[in-house]
Design a protein around this ligand. Structure first.
Ligand code: GLA
Length: 728
């Protein structure tokens, strides 16, 4: 078991293979203090780090209680009582009084990990992890908080969340309920976040931590293209494979705050959770509120250690279902091939071309339902347009199955267009503020997914569609942010719950879908990568990474994504040229190389390819079959970043048994060099000898790593190579 309580010292100790996390109960008041988190140590008590003395004397009699609380590293901060840093928990009583502070009540330690009702969360059995439930309370409010900590046995990961319970007789309103707080000394930290925009998601942003508050957030109702619910504190000197890194990642798909604050004496507070703005949750007597889960990862081996911990956690303890460990089918998606302009014959043409080359699935994207020929109508009308698709989805799916391919379908269940049968019948189903015309985006409104009858109505349509034909894959899209966030069905004092209730509604519907169609492969999407978060991964093992399908832009998008997400989660397709995103022309095989590490597919009109390009497809699919599992299940290493050097890009994956390594190299901008570029490798076994597919040379793993690989000389821009090292 990785969690212990030292009764004498009043210390909780959470151990993972490489990290230790210590919680001290302090003073007769029973403050829950955060004494230490970092590299694994044998000592049980590190209370000296709390600096309990400078404010003078015991808490009660010092006359300095407020200053004491403002410097105390705590586990879960309250407010209004002297801790003036960011509050994890903010409470307002019926009378309008605002303050709260938590002290120790009791605890329980057990093997395994409980599920979080209604929320996605990591999971693990008794042999995988140990959980601490730390009960604390505000004795003046009859409010109890259960802080949940799970330490993983084989990963340097601790997962945290909080459950807040009203044990009193009057309602209270939570105006902040974050998931985790991490107080510690600044160690010359940089803050790393993933910034972006539509079609340019998850750019790595690293800067020194400064005084005051800095961080990232979303108030869009989705985790967003713009920021990721993630932050890392990395020692300024930390590199890919050296130095300490602390990461926080939220398993949630709605509004969030991920923030670090440097206050007096260089004390840091990092917090993560649901954004307190636009949040208020009324807790009736006996009611409870469960926060989403925060993942904490610690590495003393630089960014690699953090990346590997998160990749392994998500692959083994978050993603579920039969597709988790199976090779994902290669696919062709018709969106960039035809947009709305298709019919059964056109789709079958594409399918025949694809099947002849070995592609495994055809995905029919937007435009198959209602009378949708543009993006201005019909969302909400989930019945097939027989004018475009005579014989319906059944005929199409059967014909595609006859070609030996699977059939998949696009839907956007959370939306409604004003021009739709659904909206005409139920205008009240959309989020709206009475008396204010709702804001359109892509000519659509957001359905009020907090309402059961709205979800039921959409679900019964989806259920019918999925039962009508052999549909083995669903791309669940979501193409706008939330505005006019009011529900016609919530009381005034509960409108602040709506953003969160909406997210819970989305989770509920995806859970139902998977329960009723357990073999379905679900791919989430949100105008590309606008809701690429761990919450969504609980339902779909893969997510469409970005609407930007240009191979060169994709290098940076996929690099940022892979910093925290396994390659097996990233939808990556070979798209048409000139690129529909930016007009760039890249060779077909380079597009293949860039897509290869992800969930591989094509997103272009295969019938328009040249013979030469078509002939490359079987080779690309063979590479995907052979090396897809190395990328998807192995350890990932970022070797060179085009974003950093402006010249070339390289990533590497090594199987867990270290017998095979694949290096995916893209030569982006050509430069005349007289000496070939040296690329130090990582992750190999030093003693094992490996043969290069490129040169046939055999040398030790140590040689390849510390000497390095000489990159093949290449002429021209946008070229690349796949280099395989096999153990001999
Ligand atoms: C979003 C998705 C695209 C495509 C279109 C269809 O933008 O990200 O891949 O499905 O919607 O309208």
């Amino acid at each position: 078991m990785g969690i212990f309580y030292n009764q004498q010292e009043r210390v909780f100790r959470l151990d993972t293979p490489g990290s230790t996390y210590l919680i001290n109960i302090v003073d007769e008041e029973g403050f829950l203090c955060h004494a230490y988190y970092g590299r694994r140590i044998p000592d049980d008590n590190m209370a000296y780090l709390l600096r309990l003395n400078p404010v003078g004397g015991p808490f009660k009699t010092s006359g300095q209680q407020a200053s004491f609380l403002d410097q105390l590293p705590v586990e879960y901060s309250g407010h209004g009582l002297g801790d003036f840093r960011e509050s994890c928990l903010r409470v307002e009583t019926e009378e309008g009084y605002r303050s709260c502070g938590l002290t120790y009540l009791s605890h329980r330690i057990y093997g395994g990990k409980p599920a979080l009702p209604g929320l996605p969360a990591t999971f693990g059995g008794e042999g995988d992890c140990t959980t601490l439930e730390l009960r604390c309370h505000d004795r003046y409010l009859d409010l109890e908080v259960c802080l949940l900590y799970t330490a993983f046995e084989k990963l340097d990961v601790i997962c945290r969340s909080a459950r807040i319970e009203n044990r009193g007789e009057k309602p209270v309103t939570l105006t902040a309920a974050l998931s985790a707080c991490l107080d510690m000394d600044n160690r010359d930290f940089d803050l790393i976040t993933l910034h972006g925009s539509w079609a340019y998601e998850r750019m790595i942003n690293r800067r020194p931590v400064a005084w005051g508050k800095q961080g990232v957030s979303s108030l869009r109702g989705i985790s967003s293209h713009h920021e990721q619910p993630f932050l890392a504190l990395a020692e300024h000197a930390a590199t890919q494979d050296q130095g300490q890194v602390y990461a926080m990642h939220l398993v949630y798909s709605g509004n969030f705050l991920a923030q670090v604050e440097m206050t007096q004496q260089e004390l840091l507070r990092a917090v993560i959770g649901i954004h307190p703005q636009d949040f208020a949750w009324k807790l009736d007597p006996g009611g409870s509120f469960q926060t989403p889960e925060a993942v904490l990862a610690y590495s003393h081996t630089g960014l690699d250690g953090m990346t590997h911990a998160l990749h392994d956690l998500y692959r083994n303890h978050l993603i579920r279902g039969p597709w988790r460990d199976k090779p994902r089918p290669s696919l062709v998606n018709n969106w960039e091939a035809t947009y709305f302009n298709f019919d059964t014959e056109k789709l079958l043409d594409i399918a025949r071309t694809a099947a002849g080359r070995g592609v495994e699935m055809l995905v029919l994207d937007d435009g198959w339902f209602g009378c949708r020929d543009t993006d201005t109508n019909s969302l909400g009308d989930w019945f097939v347009n027989e004018k475009k698709l005579p014989g319906g989805l059944k005929y199409l799916a059967d014909e595609i199955n006859k070609l030996g391919m699977k059939f998949g379908l696009w839907v956007e269940p959370e939306m409604v267009c004003p021009d739709s049968e659904l909206y005409r019948a139920h205008p009240d189903y959309a989020l709206q503020i009475p008396g204010r015309p709702p804001m359109l985006s892509r000519t659509q409104l957001v359905l009020d997914f907090s309402r059961q009858e709205v979800r039921d109505c959409v679900y019964s349509q989806l259920h019918k569609v999925l039962s009508s034909a052999n549909i083995e894959y669903i791309k669940w899209d979501m193409n706008r942010a939330l505005t006019d966030v009011s529900s016609l069905c919530l009381d005034a004092d509960r409108q602040g719950e709506l953003f969160h209730r909406y997210v819970l509604g989305v989770y509920d519907l995806q859970e139902r879908l998977l329960r009723d169609f357990p073999n379905l492969l679900l791919e989430n999407c949100c105008s590309g990568g606008g809701r690429f978060d761990p919450g969504m991964l609980y339902y779909s093992p893969q997510i469409w990474t970005s609407d930007n399908t240009d191979a060169i832009d994709r290098l940076r998008i996929q690099e940022g994504t892979a910093l925290i997400y396994p390659l097996s989660t990233m939808g990556a397709h070979v798209a048409a040229c000139p690129s529909h995103t930016n007009g760039r022309v890249t060779p077909f095989d380079t597009r293949g190389l860039v897509s290869l590490p992800g969930c591989f597919g094509y997103e272009l009109d295969l019938t328009k390819l040249t013979e030469e390009e078509l002939d490359m497809i079987p080779g690309q699919l063979e590479n995907y079959r052979k090396y897809g599992p190395v990328f998807h299940d192995g350890d990932y290493y970022r070797l060179a970043s085009y974003g950093g050097n402006g010249e070339y890009d390289a990533l590497m994956a090594v199987t867990k048994d270290k017998r095979t390594a694949v290096i995916d190299y893209v030569h982006v901008m050509s430069r005349r060099r007289r000496r070939s570029v040296l690329l130090p490798l990582r992750g190999l076994d030093g003693e094992t000898r490996y043969r290069s597919s490129e040169t046939g040379e055999v040398r030790s793993g140590a040689g390849w790593m510390y000497g390095g690989l000489l990159l093949p000389e290449m002429k021209g821009d946008f070229t690349g190579k796949l280099i395989v090292l096999e153990a001999v």
